[in-house]
Design a protein around this ligand. Sequence first.
Ligand SMILES: C[S@@+](CC[C@H](N)C(=O)[O-])C[C@H]1O[C@@H](n2cnc3c(N)ncnc32)[C@H](O)[C@@H]1O
Length: 377
Amino acid sequence: MSVKGLSGWHATNAKQFGQDRWRSLYAALWSPKSHAALVSPFERHADELVRRRGMQPIEGVPFCWVEHGQSNGAEGAEAAGSRQDEQGVIYWLDAASAASLFFLPLPAGPSTVLDMCAAPGGKSLVLASRIFASAAPAMAGADAEGTPDAHDHGHGHRTATTGRLVCNEHSRPRLDRLAATLRAFLPAELLDHGQCVTFTNDDAANPRQVALLAPFDGVLLDAPCTSDRHLLHSGPSGLAKWASGTPKGHADRQLRLATAALGMLKPGGHLLYSTCALSEVENDQVIERLLSRAARDPSCVQCEAVTPTQMMDMYKAHISPHTRPPDGDAQGGDCMSSTKSVGVRVCWEATRVGVVCLPDRSMGCGPLYVALVKRAK
Ligand SMILES: C[S@@+](CC[C@H](N)C(=O)[O-])C[C@H]1O[C@@H](n2cnc3c(N)ncnc32)[C@H](O)[C@@H]1O
């Protein structure tokens, strides 16, 4: 039987999370969204900028900062219709979104990554920072793993000029805005001459241009989804249109996109799947359907699950020791790991085949579901 509208949405979530948890989660979905400042590691005055603005690094989230102990500093910027400031070198985003990219294993040398559904571009910026920026001493709080073949281009930037990031987006206007965002944040040599960062305009479920650039070491599928928080804040008409078929419809499309993603990976490469949906239908169940179909049908691309515990181990291995979050968290109850910088908390809870960051335990960050699938060798 189909359940519909606001009451159906409440009943479905109460069933999935339990009444008590749903009550606290629902209240947290109304609270102001928490934002981190992603500061371009390619900007030569970045250290001066973070000092001038009184920013502190976010523990466990490379390249991200909190301003004056406040993690909602972007509200004004967002209200004004801009998510970038300081000529584009600061991009405001959910700290969980930024953190999620550090689950993705990449080879030690140059890596090739596809961001399948990339606009508006926050995760592309973090991926580009991770792939191309070497550890810069001035950004001591924000360094990730070093890149072995980094070069100083004489502009004070340090970038690795090998490796590739392909940003794909189906909507042409959104792709144009994404390209403008990346142009403001990244050095020109990565975009124009180096062709290290390129853009494609495919329907990712039926890739053509993108398929010519495959195979990739890693594919990010930050999938179009129900986006419950956005739906809640879009006013009564948003949730009035919700029905139990809504997550199911998204899930079928997500499965098609995930199947296409697997086909574009190198053997041993990883698919990083994420959504900002609450429903397990769009989260664990999509990954479980992908895995079980591969297990049943030898003609499908073969893949294996990465467990939540393995995911957390990988996450910690991908960030430098001084930005590493502590193991476990006494305050967090079920949280596997969290960051507890002033004003920011990203708490990852294990699900059956992934991890989730929810705003009631993460000071307004999330919702964000993340799972990792490895293409068999
Ligand atoms: C959740 S958003 C991605 C957010 C982005 N990763 C970020 O961090 O800014 C999903 C995006 O997928 C795009 N999209 C939807 N269907 C698509 C398809 N079949 N192929 C490629 N992009 C698609 C949407 O236009 C939207 O921009």
